[in-house]
Design a binder for this molecule. Sequence first.
Ligand code: ADP
Ligand code: MG
Length: 445
Amino acid sequence: MTRAISLHDVSKAFTRGVPVVDRLSLDIAPGEFLVLLGPSGCGKSTVLRMIAGLEEIDDGRLFLDGEYANDLPPSDRDMAMVFQNFALYPSMTSRDNIGFPLRIESPGADPAPRVDATARMLGIEDLLDRFPAQLSGGERQRVAMGRAIARHPSAFLMDEPLSNLDAKLRNRLRAEISQLTRELGVTTVYVTHDQAEAMSLGDRVAVLRGGVLQQVGTPRAVYSLPSNVFVAAFVGTPRINLLRGLVRAPLDGAMTISLGKQFLRLPEPLSLDHRLLRVQQGREVIVGLRSEAVRIAKPAAASTGEVALTGLVEHLEFQGHEVLVHFNTGSSPAVVPELEAPRPRPERPDRRRRRDGTVLHRLRVRAGARRAGTVATLDPPGKAPRPPSTEPRVPGDLIVRTTPDIPLRHGMQVPLLVDLAHLFVFDQSGERICPSPARLPDLEE
Ligand code: ADP
Ligand code: MG
């Protein structure tokens, strides 16, 4: 049996008035692999623990297979959890560790057949008589997985199960987990702060920030149509380039986005998406360019939809199969606060909220809460740009990927082409304007 898990407006606060999870709604289909992704401290483990029944739900409702389950004891939920720190009993062999939950569940029955079958599935038959201290990290995590699988639970809840492993092992186990859960067809909720892991594992990815759901969708949708600048910046490596821009839309039809010293001229006739920018005329926006949106080439090589910029090489990051070139284009990077340490701004007027019960007020509070504060920071005109305090300073304002064979040197002025089909524009509060928020991800695929 595999199960459907639904959260309806679920909230949790450990300190009154400071929600750690804020009105989270999610429907997880039977057999689905859903990844909860977000920076450390954003409430991922708390959500998982509420699903498991290890943490009380303050507000909202949890449904398991459509049944109200807020008060269901953990032991009746038929879910198995896998943690980051392996959590094996040191005095038990692998066989006993895997068999332990089976012995608790059905005291009279012999766990051996199930333990053996599970060990075969995970390829750990030869580890069954060893103690945890005699196992490597990867082997221990396989045994921990075995303990979760042997019970044939109706859902797996995995909390950063690979974080303590080295990169190579992590990749291998990632593939194994993916294969195994698909074979078993068991609903899996997988928590991670690692976007690459989330993208490679999830049927869908739910991005959390400060306890607030930002977006849920397929990895492709979250990457190609991020709902706001936080999601855009959190998902994808190298991180999306975010530049402060100013929309200029004179009435004659031409529209440009000024990027400090240079500008992007949008091709005419304006596309439907670009027409949406007209209302931003005279306003600051955030331009998002993923590294695949920019290539090194002369203006003469531009194809339809590409516009020219130039960049000064400030730094070269050699990666073997490719080089990340940090260009200075004379623009200023936009700052996305809380990317590394996101705590929701506690909503101060807590008492007022209760007193002020107008629908409009409630909607406003709700909209604000959903975003967990402004996603991006644009300083008022005239003020010096705020230094990106939480992030290390990265040289240049535009990072472009290229092959190692292109001869580039520090200090070179290089022609660039920007593919406007890959242009993102976000408004001052970080919400996506362009491509149009109404665009359905499936149309992109
Ligand atoms: P994540 O798993 O995304 O790193 P957590 O769900 O563990 O985040 O924690 C979210 C926030 O809730 C953090 O600020 C954390 O300090 C706080 N928190 C978690 N558990 C407790 C607890 N038992 N008591 C008080 N605060 C807690
Ligand atoms: Mg956690």
